[in-house]
Design a protein around this ligand. Sequence first.
Ligand SMILES: *Cc1c(COP(=O)(O)O)cnc(C)c1O
Length: 366
Amino acid sequence: MSDKLLFTPGPLTTSLTVKQAMLRDLGSRDHEFIALVRSIRSSLIALAEVGQESGYDCVIMQGAGTFGIETVISSAIAKDGHLLLLVNGAYGKRMAQMARIHGIRHDVLECAENEVPSVDALNDFLNANPSVTHIAAVHCETTTGILNPIQDYGAVVARHGKHYFVDAMSSFGGIPIDMRACHIDFLVSSSNKCIEGVPGFSFILASKAALLECEGRARSLSLDLFAQWKGLENDGQFRFTPPTHALLAYHQAISELHDEGGVEGRAARYAANHAALSAGMASLGFEEYLPKEKQTHIITTFRYPKSERFDFKEFYDRLNDRGLAIYPGKLTQGDCFRIGNIGRIYVAQVAQLVAAIREVKAEMGF
Ligand SMILES: *Cc1c(COP(=O)(O)O)cnc(C)c1O
């Protein structure tokens, strides 16, 4: 196998066995497929430390992660609802764009990309604006790799009796999350992030009470959260063509997550990857964008070296020629690039990347 190693925020490098699980053709009405979907849904609920019996459910939605986010934004908020967004990066901003497109009343509490939105500011905003019905936050803001305090926000949201939505796209499966302890009503992640499946769908974990309230609120036919949930509940089927191969791969990916010791085990591997990367890059003189205490182990942002000889495109291409894919920056301010620590990558592959960066640095002379 000569595929490049992907040090990106997704799609990610996956195991051979996950890819092999797709070498089948299953019909969408096949009993085996319906059972597989049920099993994936209940595994995902369990990964959030909750259960179907305790009032939570999982709705799978076709498409990229963004489709899952838009499903919640466009299905959960009533016509007269009011959404507050906590924003410190591109993914938070994208949710504001969705609210705008769907004509949803919304406000944004925004801070710099190297800061976390303040819990006190959230509390003050809710005191001053009782009309707010829903609050949305991003867990790991993949723009930088910063970790936002979703449990602290959740405590404030619950105290005010509001609904709480978390984009945990890049963290779910790679950082432990207890949905109930965080008071989360809706959580979204996707198939090609920390559970290490292939792209094809997103999923919404939600309390059943919150799902029931979505009836009649959808602003689109295909991204209707309530209808999708009812379809899966009634006969176990999707309303429209399901990504059968991606689901077969995911079933295998979940079993490999369990083999690794669940979310804790996976988090330990990613943390080791991050530590190796961080130490290796520091030894080469690269500076991290975030202070250590705000940085989590999902993805790391590095500043461009100050040298005139550094050119990101050339740097990227030289690494790419060596079979290593890194990721450009997405900051509104400051020239940076990113290196992901997630996917089927171990410390040995991180060492390989650092060694290649050392060579490329010497070749380019920065
Ligand atoms: C990857 C990611 C998304 C978007 O996922 P797509 O599959 O690219 O649509 C949204 N939010 C966060 C935090 C992400 O990391």
